[in-house]
Design a protein around this ligand. Sequence first.
Ligand SMILES: Cc1cc2nc3c(=O)[nH]c(=O)nc-3n(C[C@H](O)[C@H](O)[C@H](O)COP(=O)(O)OP(=O)(O)OC[C@H]3O[C@@H](n4cnc5c(N)ncnc54)[C@H](O)[C@@H]3O)c2cc1C
Ligand code: SF4
Length: 330
Amino acid sequence: MRPLSYTRPQSVNDAIAIVSANPSSSFLAGGTTEVDLVRLGVAHPDLLVDINELPLAELEEMPGGGLRIGALARMSDVARAQSVMERYPAMSEALLLGASEQLRNMASIGGNLRQRVRCPYFRDNVSPCNKREPGTGCSALEGLNRGHAILGTSEHCIATHPSDVAVALVAFDAVVRTVGPSGPREIAIEDFYLLPGDTPEAEHQLEHGELIAAIELPPLEVARGSLYLKVRDRQSYEFALVSVAAALEVREGVIADVRLALGGVGTKPWRARRAEAELVGAPATAAEFASAAALELEPADVREHNAFKVELAKRAIVRGLTSAMSGGAR
Ligand SMILES: Cc1cc2nc3c(=O)[nH]c(=O)nc-3n(C[C@H](O)[C@H](O)[C@H](O)COP(=O)(O)OP(=O)(O)OC[C@H]3O[C@@H](n4cnc5c(N)ncnc54)[C@H](O)[C@@H]3O)c2cc1C
Ligand code: SF4
């Protein structure tokens, strides 16, 4: 038995001050990740700071046409918001294809961004794992690595980032707004996540006590025709083997704008910038999509059980872009 205290502050400043003052404390939103990890013994805070009283659950229109989503907005509410479904459909689909209805009703969008990896060695709390216990080694390198990453890997960690919605957010250049002990700041979502490199224990830029207040989506015409394709071992309640957020604007047969991001293959939500650069100005054909997909997957670093992801990702990219071009028909 480990003693665990709980508090429910009424203001953002109090929440930040309490967590900042105690290195063994954590924020608690929906609890669908944090409570699991505490039960498994992977996370061991001595104080949980429940942030559900804070006024951070609103969806608001931003001047100039963007959308601001409070960090405590529930996954199900964001997924079904008219503004999200119409203007950023890939985001709505990514949310609805994640977890289960019950979990989505509890889970917050801020907590989603900060969920931990699903690598079984990280969660079993006994195997060597550099992310859980830096310096102990990575059991996945020579172990069961079928679900692991092929892009952005290091010799210290190959776990994929599990969030679906973060993939859509990366495609749309979302911005994470935070408030912390050093004041407010905004972080481009692509920079928010860190590659494992030599420090796989650090997954994001936040300092201890820094609270995600909101996620902001810029106005983005091309996003209106976007979609999220998720390939997984079963049709529901499963994380992605490969996923694709895709949006495409084609003028007279030529690609004028494209957004492409991948999940299930990268150690962080993966913006497919090599493919995007190849596609802009090219004819919108399956052959061009395939060539851009091959370029994106060129640096893939495969292990014994996950080499299949290279071909799967290439096919998913072609299918995602083809579907986005034809108005979302899968
Ligand atoms: C069985 C199962 C299946 C799942 N399937 C999927 C899936 O297919 N796709 C997918 O994307 N996700 C999936 N998830 C993950 C789920 O989406 C996350 O658990 C959930 O979004 C976390 O949100 P929460 O509010 O419950 O966070 P919590 O569990 O409360 O917190 C998670 C972490 O975020 C921190 N935190 C929470 N809010 C903030 C904030 N505002 N600022 C700073 N830090 C904060 C907490 O301190 C904690 O470290 C699944 C989860 C489960 C249990
Ligand atoms: S892949 Fe990462 S999380 Fe999994 S065992 Fe290796 S270091 Fe740990």
